[in-house]
Design a protein around this ligand. Structure first.
Ligand code: ATP
Length: 324
């Protein structure tokens, strides 16, 4: 292997820049060339490449987003699209590809490998933490800190006005973000897709905390929660079935994806980049690098895609006890 390429794909997450930096500098350290691919698989198809040396990634470890830009590419889902991408890769003498992204991006990488026997390595970049084979995806920790900050601010206004806030957080089909920020932000209840609390129990629990003397409450709702109502319908239902609270909704949205990566994510990105490049140099392919037991480990891409990341339900119990 003499030349590697790196791209970021799918939804962006804080720490992607730190990962790009790590991949580029690990290549420089091992005296191999590195190309940055712009706009994910779109750029791979179009040959939108830029040579990157160690100095080209200065000043980005602390930046959110991705300097290489991200994209969703319909064309890469077709054989013709991937053939174009392979031609670009061959023309540019690229010997291996590091893909920073989520399970969709890994699926694309795996298919690309199967069709053209081309070495690929994945780095899990998503705030949702929904990927098997790593305790933390890149950006998850930063998102948690961003959301907890927001909840603290909402709490200030909630307690000044006797308000009950429903706060919707990201996380797609899993409740990792909701569970963690719920505990850290002192939420009354946490609604996650993995556990259906039911509307009656929710109202019951809120009434209980009201009569126990609480003047404000925060309920964290994971965007993928399946209680059967969206957050605005939830608000209306509670409004109709509870007295004494002014009920409000706050949907945090895309701010959760932005911002400077936390110390944890910068360290994780640096470790993942080194592991990804060195694994390719060792002749490995079709793996995702991940953090398991505080070690960098490889998980086969197909397992990472199909496996389920485990939710820590102990946190639900901790939250219940804390909201006594
Ligand atoms: P996020 O978790 O943030 O959504 P992701 O990597 O899962 O990130 P996707 O939009 O699912 O995001 O996938 C990113 C890109 O990967 C797609 O736009 C497409 O180019 C490629 N891709 C996804 N699935 C496939 C597939 N089955 N075959 C080929 N390419 C795919």
């Amino acid at each position: 292997i003499k030349k590697l390429a790196v791209l970021t794909s799918g939804g962006d997450s804080p720490g992607m820049n730190a990962a790009i930096r790590s991949v580029v500098r690990t290549c420089a350290y091992h005296n191999i060339e590195c190309l940055g691919v712009y706009r994910g698989y779109e750029g791979l198809i179009e040959g939108d490449f830029k040579p990157m040396d160690a100095r080209s990634v200065k000043g980005i470890i602390n930046k959110g987003g991705t300097i290489l830009k991200s994209a969703r590419s319909k064309e890469f889902r077709t054989v013709e699209g991937r053939q174009k991408a392979f031609k670009q890769v061959v023309d540019a003498d690229i010997d291996g590809l590091v893909v920073v992204g989520g399970d969709g991006s890994f699926t694309g990488a795996l298919i690309f490998n199967q069709e053209f026997d081309f070495p690929v390595m994945g780095i899990p970049g998503t705030i949702d933490n929904d990927i098997y084979g790593t305790s933390h995806t890149l950006g998850f920790d930063t998102a948690l800190n961003t959301v907890v900050d927001a909840i603290d601010k909402i709490r200030d206004t909630a307690s000044s006005h006797n308000r009950l806030f429903f706060v919707e957080v990201m996380g797609r089909d899993v409740g990792h973000i909701a569970l963690n920020v719920g505990v850290a932000g002192g939420a009354e209840e946490i609604l996650i897709p993995e556990e259906d609390l039911g509307l009656d129990r929710l109202v019951e629990s809120l009434n209980r905390s009201r009569t126990s003397g609480k003047t404000s409450s925060i309920v964290i709702v994971a965007e993928g929660d399946k209680i059967g109502k969206n957050i605005f319908e939830l608000k209306d239902y509670v409004d109709e079935n509870m007295e004494g609270y002014d009920v409000r909704v706050s949907v945090l949205g895309h701010m959760q994806r932005g911002g400077a990566p936390s110390c944890f994510d910068r360290v994780l990105a640096s470790r993942m980049g080194v592991k990804a490049v060195e694994s390719l140099l060792d002749g490995e392919t079709n793996y995702m690098v991940g953090l398991l037991d505080n070690k960098m480990e490889l998980t086969p891409l197909d397992k990472a895609i199909k496996g389920k990341s485990k939710i820590n339900l102990e946190l639900l119990r901790v939250s219940d006890i804390m909201s006594t």
